[in-house]
Design a protein around this ligand. Sequence first.
Ligand code: PLP
Length: 378
Amino acid sequence: MKRVFLDYNATCPPLAEAIEAFARTAREAGGNPSSLHWSGRAARKTLEDAREALAAFVGADPGEIVLTSGATEANNLAIAGVLAEAPRGEIVISAIEHPSVREAAKAWAARFGHRVVEVPPERNGRISAERFCAAVSSSTRLACLMWANNETGVIQPVEEVVSALAARGIPVLVDGVQALGKIPVDVHALGADFVSFSAHKIGGVKGVGALFVRRGMRLAPLLAGGGQERGRRSGTENPPGAAAFAAALGRVDFAACASLRAHLEARLKAAFGEDVMIFGEDAPRLANTTMFGIRGMDGETLLMQMDLAGFAVSAGSACASGKHEPSHVLAAMRAPRAYAHGAIRVSLGPGVRSEDLDAFVDALEKARERLKLMAGWG
Ligand SMILES: Cc1ncc(COP(=O)(O)O)c(C=O)c1O
């Protein structure tokens, strides 16, 4: 059976260049970057080269990049680091943030005595910049809006929000994980205070990420220890992981997936007609992402059927206490339940061909017929 990977927003499997850079660094620069001798200096150089490459790629200065264990840590660092020292107030987030922002906001706000204010999206999955900024008050300590949503691919109005809030002196965290490598990213042009990134979404290795911290921003560290990363992130750094991140930068052209995605969506509509809904279809979206729902189906059951047929995709519902609930993103979009329940996310990347997508739609049709029959027997 042929296996087709259609889950690039979950992760982009490590690229050959990244694996090579990781192995080379581990072999040739295996020292501790904090050591003063030749071995440490070689590791330090690799680390700083990687930091410079990342900074150049995202339009930052190297000194503004804090390397972390991934975007989950980067988001937690920004949120905890700001809330810890701020007078009691609130953190404003969009209702469609990734759990590494949403859950972190709830946890750190509770810990430091702040409130969380959630702003829902419009029905097409896009946050209204006006509504978002209206939810921000003079007691807002941090506002969080993702650059692009990982489930629907909908691109958010971060430029408008950042410029409006900067004028009011409100710090903003932008989760840039799904934007990196998929749309142009320039953090200085954006003007955000904090932007998080993850290496494994662009073909680096897992467990590596970064937080851009605009020069001059105050930020309490999350981890206490040896004071690495200019005191912002203690712990021995990961030169091989950083080198792999740098090697992956700009290697995958996700924008080139636009015509493949159009092909897939046309095929889905031809096959399922009124029974398919594409979430966020009329909003600006990442070119590689489509999230759709098949009426009357269950997303996780469909996912398993597709897995058996060799296709790796994600479902937009999660099994909570035996009941399959639509994802928090689709729920916040007020997506019709009959469709949201059967939501599947396809995210494209290198190596996917249009024949694979034809085979995917054929397999999906077969799965639906099979499941309908089974339901009839039940
Ligand atoms: C939008 C978004 N933010 C944050 C993360 C977390 O990144 P990491 O896996 O590096 O912790 C992900 C990936 O799961 C994501 O898609």
